[in-house]
Design a protein around this ligand. Structure first.
Ligand code: FES
Length: 436
């Protein structure tokens, strides 16, 4: 007869991070423990590449958006020189934020504490009664600070608060190709993130979000039932049938560096005819299909079928899913903010973009058929994880059948926990290694 399990309280001072991720399982402390969370902020959110925003969010000189890098507030702003910068949102005097609005356009960033003024490039331009600081004090030395690393990939701005990181392109690796699948779904190869944002906060850990092909049949059972009936759920014709069955050609992929995807390509391409038929009923839909074929030849079928949805997560804070860019902001070990930005295509009719917005709302909106259920299940998970008699979380599904491909990526069936293992490999690397 097996022995009853004994409750083993976590001893924070002795918690060894390197023991918390093991083959096919992780300790629930990685989701619940405040000390671990603080280490995550230091080593992951303040120590590696984070997605900040898209250049199309700040199209005009002086446009800005405030964002978070872990606990640290930043402003993404297009300066008078046209350059998009990421600046720490902290006055060089005594530290007040210099930009309190979420978005807008400004010539100056003015600190309301003592009136210091910075221009849109971050340069300090005015200090009231500056002579009191003495001769050594110069405005030039007191510009707003920037993260040491800021780089762009096709309009996607990333920054790192640590200089000890690989170049962005190396960090993105194979996953950059998936970003291309979104951008190149526009007939002119440009997207526009101008449709606003909707936000949700759930009481659960930030690592619970996404890239899980196993939950769909249960958390989203009603949606799958509708797809199986070939009903129109508002998402579009490529979403009919069941791509989340292990008998399907759908796959999970670990792309390296914690980036992972649910690859629904085969399923989506099998619906190409139905999807283009549906597009033909939208003003500008036929012209879109023609323009894509003229530009991309045979590859147009893939790009049109995916409709800009590579369904990929970039560790740790970005996902490109369905018609949205999604940012995850950790607010605590048990609280996460998710920002969802619907993506519009440049070079298409307004009706086609309107369709994309309605599709987004149908699943991810506050009254959508999917996203609210995800938030609910994440909260149930977080609640359950506090039961610590047996503290391990199982992520071994499909370990015995996953394959490492020639390009080094790992492939599994659609319900396999390949993405979770890939994400935790990177988590462990960042939490225990010397970065890079
Ligand atoms: Fe900004 Fe004093 S803190 S002017």
């Amino acid at each position: 007869m097996s022995q009853p399990l004994q409750y083993r309280p976590l001893r924070r001072s002795t918690l060894d991070v390197s023991e918390l991720v093991q083959d096919g399982r992780v300790h629930s402390a990685v989701f619940t423990d405040r000390d671990i969370y603080e280490q995550e902020l230091d080593r992951i959110f303040h120590g590696s590449w984070l997605y900040i925003g898209h250049t199309s969010e700040v199209p005009k000189k002086g446009d800005f958006r405030t964002r978070q890098m872990g606990k640290q507030p930043v402003v993404m702003i297009r300066g008078t020189d046209g350059q998009v910068r990421v600046l720490l949102n902290r006055c060089r005097h005594r530290g007040a934020v210099v930009c309190e609005k979420e978005a807008g356009n400004t010539k100056h960033l003015r600190c309301w504490y003592h009136g210091w003024v910075y221009d849109s490039t971050g340069r300090l331009t005015q200090v009231p009664a500056v002579e009191a600081y003495g001769e050594d004090f110069t405005l030039e030395k007191m510009s707003l600070a920037s993260p040491p690393m800021v780089e762009e990939y096709r309009g996607f701005i990333f920054a790192s608060l640590s200089a000890n990181v690989v170049p962005l392109r190396d960090h993105l690796g194979k996953a950059a190709e998936m970003m291309d699948l979104l951008i190149d779904a526009s007939p002119v190869g440009e997207i526009r993130v101008s449709a606003g944002v909707h936000k949700t906060v759930y009481r659960g850990n930030w690592k619970l979000v996404g890239m899980d092909g196993y939950h769909v049949h249960y958390v989203h059972a009603s949606v799958i039932a509708a797809w199986n009936r070939n009903s129109d759920t508002g998402i579009g014709a490529t979403h009919r049938g069941d791509p989340f069955d292990d008998h399907s050609a759908s796959r999970t992929r670990d792309l390296g560096h914690g980036h992972a995807m649910l690859d629904l390509t085969t399923h989506r391409m099998s619906h190409y005819e139905k999807f283009t038929e549906m597009l033909a009923g939208v003003t500008g839909g036929t012209e879109y299909v023609q323009a894509m074929h003229a530009k991309h030849g045979e590859k147009a079928r893939l790009l049109i079928s995916l409709a800009g949805d590579p369904h990929v997560g970039f560790f740790p804070n970005l996902q490109l899913i369905n018609n949205q860019i999604r940012i995850m902001n950790p607010l605590g070990p048990d609280e996460t903010e998710v920002l969802m930005f619907p993506v519009l295509f440049e070079g298409v009719s307004s009706e086609l973009n309107e369709m994309r917005l309605r599709q987004h709302e149908s699943f991810y909106g506050p009254a959508g058929s999917g996203s609210p259920d995800d938030g609910e299940i994440f909260e149930r998970v977080q609640k359950g994880l506090h039961a610590q008699v047996e503290p391990w979380v199982e992520i071994s599904r499909g370990m015995n059948r996953e394959k490492t491909l020639d390009d080094g990526t790992v492939e599994g069936l659609i319900t396999d926990e390949v993405p979770q293992r890939g994400q935790f490999r990177e988590w462990l690397n960042l939490m225990t290694g010397d970065a890079k």
